[in-house]
Each structure stands twice: as C-alpha cells, then as structure tokens.
Design a protein around this ligand. Structure first.
Ligand code: NAI
Ligand code: MG
Length: 503
C-alpha cells in the first residue's frame, strides 16, 4: 500500500542546514576538505540531490587525528573531573532532545526512515544513550588487590588497578541509524576519557554533522571529538590505519570489518566490530500469535530490514505455519510505503541506489532459484528506492536469500516439525551470530532455546528491543566486542595494575 499524504514541512533551520554546503568539525573548527571537494547527499525517496558534504581524505584524517591526539595528551578532556565530563555528556542528551524535530527531519530526509520512527526511536534512544553513559563517568573505578607474593616473604604491598582511556579512537559508522550509531560509539568513548575521530557514512552525513554542532554547544572541548565525512576507501581506510589511533570501532559490512581487522594488525590496534547478521526467529506452536505475528513482522520490516540484527530467517512450527505466514504477509501488504517525511509512512525507501540494486538482485535470485512470494517481491513505484515488504516461502537451505544478509525488507519462512536439535542446527547454520528470537508460552523451553542460539542477543516473545543498559554485539562473524551496557567499557579502557612496595 502506498501513501501520498502531505509531507512534513521542513523547519527553517533544516532548510538552512541542507541549503548550505556542509563543513566538517576538526579541532573545534568547521572546515572543508583540504582537496576542496564535496560529495552529493541524496534523498532516497526521490533520488534527488539535497545537500553537499566535504569529501574528506587522508590529509583531513591526519589533521583530525593530530587534533584528537593533542586533545588526549594535553587538552582538557583528560584533565577535567569525571563529574564534569559526565555533565557535558548529559548535556549532549538534553540538547539532542531540544533539537529533536530538527534531527528527526534530517534523518527522515537523508536516510529515508519514517519521521514518526526517527522522532520516537532514533532521536530519543540517542539522547538516552548519552545520558546513560554520562552516569558511568564517575563510576569507572579500579579495584584494590590483596597480594600474596610468595617469593618476597615478609614484605607487604599495596596494589590497585586504574582504568585508563585507550587514547585516540577512530569510529566508522554506517547509514542505517546515522544518529543512533554515532551516539552508541561517541557516548562510551567520551565517558571513558578517550578522544575521537568519527567518520560518518557517505550516504547519510547530515544528522551526524548536526550532532557535531550539538556537542560543541554542550561544551565538548576542541579536538576531543572530530567529525569527518568522506568515502570508505579514501577517508575510512586511512583513518582505520592511522598509527596514532589506538583503537578502531567499526559498524558496517563483514567484508569491510575484515579489512579493518587486517589493517589494525600491523600495529595491533584494539578493534571492535559490529557486522552483519542473518538472525533466526523461531515461532513455536504454543506461541501467542497475537504477539508473535506482529513482532516477527517488525523484526524484519523495522527500518526496512536495514538492521544488522533483522529477524530475516523465520522458522515456524508446522501447526501454526500457515497462519503465521498469512498474518505476516497481510501486515506486509498493508504497510504504508512512502517517503520518510510523510507522517503516515510505515516503511520508507532503501537508503541508496546501490542498496536498492543489491536487494533487487536478491529478489531476482529468489525467483531464479524457485522461491515463492507470499507478499512483495518487487519495487514500489518508479522513482526512489522503495522495495515492497516481502515474505518468501518454499525456501531451500541452498538459496542465496536464505544464506546471505539481504539488508532489505525480505524474510524467508521455513517450516519445521519439532523444536529439536535439527531446529537449532538450522537456526545456527550461518556464519553470523548477532540476534535471534523465540516465541512460545512455555518459559522453560524459551530459556533453553535462548541458551542454545549462538548469537549476542536473543529476544523472547519480543524483538528489536534496545536499551543503553543492554549490551549488543555478535558471536562468530557478526563481530568483536559489545556496544552499550557496562560491557562497552572493556573496549575503551585499559586496565593498569599499580603495585607499591610497603617494605
Ligand atoms: P560498508 O561496510 O562499506 O560501510 C560502512 C562504513 O564503512 C561507511 O562509513 C563506509 O564509508 C566505511 N567503509 C567502507 N569501506 C571502508 C574501508 N575500506 N575502510 C574503512 N572504512 C570503510 O557497508 P555498505 O557498503 O554501506 O553496505 C554493504 C552491506 O553491509 C549492506 O548491504 C549490509 O549487508 C552491510 N551493512 C551492515 C551494517 C550493520 O549495521 N552491521 C550497516 C551497513 C551495512
Ligand atoms: Mg561498502
């Protein structure tokens, strides 16, 4: 179902923001790329150019890393008290809410997501993430240790650990949740006392550049956060390989994640990676279908399937298979597909021509390999990058649509007989391990299956629930390390042991 309601009127500030060629934030100053080049920012609902952002390259990366290094070594960020740091980070959250509508409009325009979702989810979660992390600043304590030291009898020691920031952090983020991914990465890095160079995704630089303004307004000192724009190979790669970067935090494709891990191996930088997924979502015969059907639809259609943890492989027990497939197909057919700026839109366009072509290629492969379509299977309209919410049946394990991450609103439905080892084998038979779900009224069965799904997150009788307190990340080729929760600090803090001989 398509929608053609009137679009949200852009705020004057948003019009001004996109009307001017954007600059990047390096060392507290707004600068163009040293090359003088810009790239075009495209509205995915129309394919039209809406803004321009600097095409940063190696020289800009060098300047940004030098600023972050100076800010780390001698600048105020490492020297102010944890409480002061916390207050600045908290203020970032407050200001995100002050600019909520501006940020939501930029996100809907640039990424294509429904403005209702950008307002209620992306912006609010970003604000909450900063405020959750702000609270940790004053709590990242070390421990006092009780030493025995058997080879120095009679001598006493006082030993303790300190938790110190790793240093300059390079952060490279994707386009599916532009503002939220920036928040997930910047919040803990700043709370740890690290300084940062972040490269935004070339598809969606707008909300991150607005966030950079907000960070300045909140009082983040010059050089502590540098936000740059540019392409992966010419801007991301030199950033990830820079010798003065102590740690790289990356979210994106598994392919680029491997390149980053390889580049980092030269000087053994710390690396965290949040990569692809092909998450299993299991519905048992005894599930409450009033919950399971809409939840399984949301698991794949939320953000147009452009979620690393999208529940893209549905496994449905045979007693409820027909009802579940029919239910999800009906939701798919009734979803309002339209531009993100239409307030009634439930699903927007894919982010780019490239992603549209990629997802369309998967749909074609499904047709070629003999799959059936209970809903969708084609584009919507003839301009912009809209793909219909799609439910694929008659799936075989050798099909590309079943094996590979599609990153679009496309789910495969597989029927199973018993909730046994064979079901778990199928669910875990993937190189990925990011998310997963199980729906059942049997709590014992639910927890047993949750324990056996080899993924970083398992949702029971729900899906796509995120919270700043809940760690998120992948098993297997879905990545290294965790974002959010207290676990994220393992990636941004070094532990130092200090041992004092007391005689
Ligand atoms: P990508 O991995 O190429 O891009 C993500 C970020 O990495 C962007 O900022 C990009 O500029 C940067 N990048 C690209 N090449 C780089 C390099 N050689 N060195 C350093 N940085 C580099 O992902 P892309 O091409 O946008 O999407 C391809 C596929 O990746 C999608 O279809 C999807 O399957 C997956 N993906 C997964 C995401 C996730 O949340 N885990 C997010 C985006 C994409
Ligand atoms: Mg790429």
């Amino acid at each position: 179902m398509t929608t053609d309601a009137p679009l949200v009127e852009l705020l004057p500030n948003v019009k001004a923001f996109i009307g001017e060629k954007r600059k990047m934030l390096i060392d507290g100053k707004w600068v163009t790329a040293k090359s003088g080049e810009f790239f075009e920012v495209v509205n995915p609902a129309t394919g039209e150019v809406i803004a321009h952002a600097p095409s940063g390259g190696k020289a800009d990366v060098d300047a940004a890393v030098a600023a972050a290094k100076r800010a780390f070594e001698s600048g105020p960020w490492g020297k102010i008290t944890p409480a002061e740091r916390g207050k600045i980070i908290w203020r970032i959250g407050d200001l995100i809410m002050k600019y909520q509508e501006e940020l939501a409009q930029l996100e809907a325009l640039d990424n294509g997501k429904p403005i209702s979702v950008a307002r209620a989810a992306d912006v609010v979660l970003a604000a909450e993430l900063f405020q959750y992390m702000a609270g940790w600043c004053t709590k990242l304590d070390g421990r006092v240790l009780n030493l025995s030291v058997p080879y120095t009898p009679g001598v006493e020691y006082h030993a303790y650990t300190r938790r110190e920031p790793v240093g300059v952090v390079a952060q490279i983020i994707p386009w599916n949740f532009p503002l939220l991914m920036a928040a997930w990465k910047l919040g803990p890095a700043l709370a740890s006392g690290c300084t940062v160079v972040m490269k935004l995704a070339e598809e969606t630089p707008l909300s991150g550049l607005k966030l950079a303004e907000i960070m300045q307004e909140a009082g983040v000192p010059d050089g502590a956060v540098n936000i740059i724009t540019g392409f992966g190979e010419t801007c991301g790669a030199p950033l990830a390989a820079h010798p003065d970067v102590a740690k790289v935090a990356f979210t994106g494709s598994t392919e680029v994640g491997k390149l980053i891990a390889r580049a980092a191996s030269n000087d053994l930088k710390k690396v965290t990676l949040e990569l692809g997924g092909k998450s299993p979502n299991i519905i048992l015969n005894d599930a409450d279908l009033n919950i399971a059907i809409p939840s399984a639809a949301n698991a794949i259609f939320f953000n147009h399937g452009q979620c690393c943890c999208a529940g893209s492989r549905l496994f449905i027990q045979e007693g409820v298979y027909d009802e579940v497939v029919a239910g999800i197909a009906e939701i798919a057919r009734n979803m309002k597909v339209g531009p993100g700026l239409d307030p009634t839109t439930e699903m927007g366009p894919l982010v780019s021509q490239v992603q549209f072509d990629r997802v369309s290629g998967f749909l074609k492969s499904g047709i070629d390999q003999g799959a059936s379509f209970a809903a969708g299977g084609a584009r919507v309209g003839d301009k912009g990058y809209f793909v219909a919410p799609t439910v694929i049946t008659n799936v075989r394990e050798d099909m590309k649509v079943y094996q590979e991450e599609i990153f679009g609103p496309v789910v495969t439905a597989t029927r199973f007989k018993d909730a046994d080892d064979e079901l778990l084998r199928m669910a875990n038979d993937t190189i990925y391990g990011l998310g997963g779900g199980v729906y059942t009224r049997d709590i014992s069965k639910a927890h047993k299956i949750a324990a056996r799904i080899r993924t970083g997150t398992v949702w029971i009788n729900t899906y796509n629930i995120f919270d700043a307190s809940m760690p998120f990340g992948g098993f297997k080729q879905s990545g290294w390390g965790r974002e959010m929760g207290v676990e994220v600090f393992n990636n941004y803090l070094e532990t130092k042991s200090v041992c004092v001989g007391l005689g």
